[in-house]
Write a protein that binds this ligand. Structure first.
Ligand code: 5GP
Length: 177
């Protein structure tokens, strides 16, 4: 599991890890957030309505789900359980609440926290990404404070100063796990 504040570089690290280790299965979360430019349904996320999200939750279809930065996100249960039953490794990129839930329900889960070198760098990266409006930007920065305090709860914390180094560190962690 890869977690950490918005803008820390989780997605970049996860993509690089998946490119190097093609046997790892990425979990595609469901979200009620609207797609950003370039995002495709079924690739980054399954973009769904509140009704579909509710129905999935009611049918016990999530391993965990949470409200993050004002939108709903959930890890679909079936694909993860199927992959694990086949002996595969599954990569989840989820928030701190989701990581706690999975840690408590999936034995042997490995929790990796990705953190930025500083708050200023986080602000700058989130700003440069240009994916958020002002309200979402401020919310994500505020939430980052609380998320950063959760780093100690994780098995490993990786500071993402230089992407390549952070990716190598995550690969090392996975190799020795
Ligand atoms: P974004 O909107 O930037 O794609 O994601 C916002 C946050 O939601 C990120 O911290 C991301 O890791 C988290 N997230 C994505 N999918 C899930 C999920 O299925 N469950 C939980 N709990 N968080 C998720």
């Amino acid at each position: 599991m890869i977690s950490g504040p918005s803008g820390a570089g989780k997605t970049s690290i996860a993509s690089a890890v998946l490119a190097r280790l093609p046997d790892i299965v990425p979990s595609v979360s469901m979200t009620t957030r609207r797609p950003r430019r370039g995002e495709k349904d079924g690739v980054q996320y399954r973009f769904v309505s509140d009704e579909v999200f509710d129905a999935t939750a009611a049918a016990d279809g999530f391993l965990e789900h949470a409200v993050v930065h004002g939108n709903r996100y959930g890890t679909p249960k079936e694909p993860v359980e199927k992959a694990l039953a086949e002996g595969k490794t599954v990569l989840l990129e989820i928030d701190v609440q989701g990581s706690r839930a999975i840690r408590d329900s999936v034995p042997g889960a490995l929790l990796i926290f990705v953190e930025p070198p500083s708050r200023e760098v986080l602000r700058e990266r989130l700003h440069r990404r240009k994916t958020e409006d002002d309200a979402s930007f401020s919310l994500r920065m505020r939430n980052a404070e609380a998320e950063m305090e959760a780093a100690d709860e994780f098995d490993h914390a990786v500071v993402n100063d230089h992407l390549e180094e952070a990716v190598s560190e995550v690969l090392r962690i996975l190799e020795t796990a």
